[in-house]
Design a protein around this ligand. Sequence first.
Ligand SMILES: CC(C)(COP(=O)(O)OP(=O)(O)OC[C@H]1O[C@@H](n2cnc3c(N)ncnc32)[C@H](O)[C@@H]1OP(=O)(O)O)[C@@H](O)C(=O)NCCC(=O)NCCS
Length: 335
Amino acid sequence: MSFSPRHPIKASEGSPYSRIYGMSGYTPSRIVTNEEVCTWIESSDEWIRTRSGISTRHWATGEETVEYMSVEAAKLAIERSGVPVEEIGAIVVSTVGWFTQTPSLACVIAGDLGSKAAAYDISAACAGFSYAIAQGDALVRSGAAKYVLAIGVERLSDLTDKSDRSTAFIFGDGAGAAVIGPSDEPGIGPVVWGSDAEQGHLIQQVPHWPQAVDEGKRPVLVMDGNPVFKWAAFTVCHYAEQALAAAGLAPEELDVFVPHQANDRITQAMVRTLKLPESVLVSHNIANTGNASAASIPMAIEALYQDGRVHSGETCLIIGFGAGLVYSGQVIVLP
Ligand SMILES: CC(C)(COP(=O)(O)OP(=O)(O)OC[C@H]1O[C@@H](n2cnc3c(N)ncnc32)[C@H](O)[C@@H]1OP(=O)(O)O)[C@@H](O)C(=O)NCCC(=O)NCCS
C-alpha cells in the first residue's frame, strides 16, 4: 500500500544504541523462614528447599509499600547512574501489586522523585523487568526519551493465600530499578519476548476485582505449578538460548546468568539447556528472596554486586517468565 503524506513530517531521532547507566535492588526487611511458612501450611523446610530452592523469602512490612520500595530503588539507581532526575524522559513501572486503577504507580513515583517525565505502568508479571528494559531500550533508540527509568516492583505477599500449600511458600516482595540511556556501543541486546495466552489459566488472580469487591474478600494468586514448571524448564529455556544468540554471544562469552528467580530447579534446567560453562556466574538468589516476580532479577543482580561477584562491563543474560503466560529475555551489559 502506498504511503504519501500530503506534507512531509519530521520523525524523532534517537541514539544508535542504549545501555544501562545504573541499577539497584530493594529487598524488604521482614524475613519469612520456611519454619514460619510451615505454621500456615502442611509442609516441611526440606520439601520447600528441595522442590523450589527457597530457604527464606522477604515480605514487605506495612511501611514498605510498592510506592516506597519503588522510590527507594529508583533513587539509588539514579544516584548510581549519575543522570540528573530532570533528564529522565520516561518512567516505566512493571507491577501486579498496584491496586489503584488510576493514577498509575509510575505517575505517583514521578511525583515523589520530582520528575515531570512521561510515566506509565505495564503488566507483564514475572517477565516485567525484562519488558521494562526492552521498553527503555526502544524509547532511547527511537528518541522518544533520552533517559528512561525502568522499575520492577511487587508485594506478592498481598496476593498470597497463606493457606494454599501450592503457593504460600513461593512468593516474596521487593523492587529494582535501572536507568537506561544513549550509548555508542550496544549495551542492551535484542529482546526475545512473547506470550502464550492458551496457558493463561495456569497462573491467575482469583477472583476478578468486581467479584472480590461484591464478595468482600481479597483476590489471591492461584497457580497450577507443575505445567508452569515444565513450560519454563523445557520451552522458556530455548527463548533464553535465542536471546543469547541474538546478542551474538557464545555461552563461553557470557559472564553472568540471572533468570527470573521462580524455582532453582528451573534455573538449573536452563543452565543445562544453555550449556553454560562453569565460568558463567549463575544467580541462585531465590534461596534468600523467594519469587518476587518483576523485582526478582534486579534484586538478584543487586545481591551479586553487594557480594562483589559482578563488575561493570560484564555481559549478563536475563530472562523473565510468568503469568500471562509471558516471557522476555535479553543480554545486558552491567553498569
Ligand atoms: C510449585 C512447585 C515448586 C511445585 O513443585 P512440583 O514438583 O511441581 O510439585 P507438585 O505440584 O507436582 O506436587 C508434588 C507433590 O508434592 C505435594 N505438595 C505440593 N505442595 C506441597 C507443599 N507445600 N509441601 C509439601 N508437599 C507439597 C503435592 O501434593 C504432591 O504430592 P503427591 O505426589 O502425593 O500428589 C513447582 O511446580 C514450581 O516451581 N512451578 C513453577 C513456578 C513458576 O515458575 N512460576 C512462574 C512465575 S510466577
